[in-house]
Design a protein around this ligand. Structure first.
Ligand SMILES: [Zn+2]
Length: 217
């Protein structure tokens, strides 16, 4: 068994943090995956259009606002784009999100897991970041998971800690986003998904088989 690396490279830390978002609700994941990039595109288009129109705050920024909100006719390619965004994309996104929130609220009455039923969720807990997927080397100190880590790294990945960590994160991340795990709140989702992977993988990895390695030869 090769020694576990003592430090996690920054790139691996960012990747693990990003993959951990999957323990969030579908809506929160969507905001991170699509909402933030779309907002960024809107801000860039706004700045481009304001710059093209010119005339400072009043002329540029307000002029772009007017083409976004379809008050003014677009006069430049950038204002045509902002007008299209304001006409098609923004109402579709807001309508889609509102529809989802309302539909979830309506169907949720009978859709809670027993572990979450009586839990209080304070504001800070709602806005806190989800727990990150565990580092395999940290699991080594956990008696119940130690054997899994040793077999997974040594036998299934020929002592390649980096590759084993990558494949472990991929499996946990995808499992957290499946329908069965969607009803669990962050910490439960994260913990149950990791334990499920360990339980279901023990048999195949005893034969030296990692499902991710098999899918990506
Ligand atoms: Zn693998």
């Amino acid at each position: 068994m090769a020694m576990a690396p003592q430090r996690e490279p920054v790139r691996a830390w960012v990747r693990r943090t990003f993959r951990s978002r999957r323990s969030l609700s579908g809506l929160s994941q969507w905001v991170i995956d699509a909402g933030i990039p779309v907002s960024f595109v809107i801000i860039l288009t706004w700045a481009w259009a304001a710059h093209s129109i010119g005339g400072g705050w009043h002329g540029g920024w307000l002029g772009t606002y007017e083409s976004f909100t379809l008050i003014e006719n677009p006069s430049h390619l950038s204002t045509w784009i902002s007008s299209t965004i304001g006409w098609l994309i923004v109402p579709a996104l807001i309508g889609g999100v509102a529809g989802h929130v309302i539909a979830t609220r309506i169907s949720r009455a009978k859709d809670a897991t027993s572990v979450n039923l009586f839990k209080r969720r304070g504001f800070l807990r709602r806005i806190s970041l989800p727990p990150r997927i565990s580092l395999l080397r940290k699991l080594l100190s956990d008696a119940a998971r130690k054997d899994f880590v040793i077999i997974f790294v040594r036998d299934a990945h020929s002592n390649d800690w980096g590759k084993a960590q990558d494949h472990w994160e991929l499996m946990v991340s995808h499992l957290m986003s499946t329908g069965e795990f969607a009803k669990f709140y962050r910490e439960e989702c994260h913990g149950v998904a990791q334990d499920t992977i360990i339980l279901t993988l023990l048999t195949p990895i005893l034969r030296g088989i990692c499902p991710v390695c098999r899918a990506r030869p």
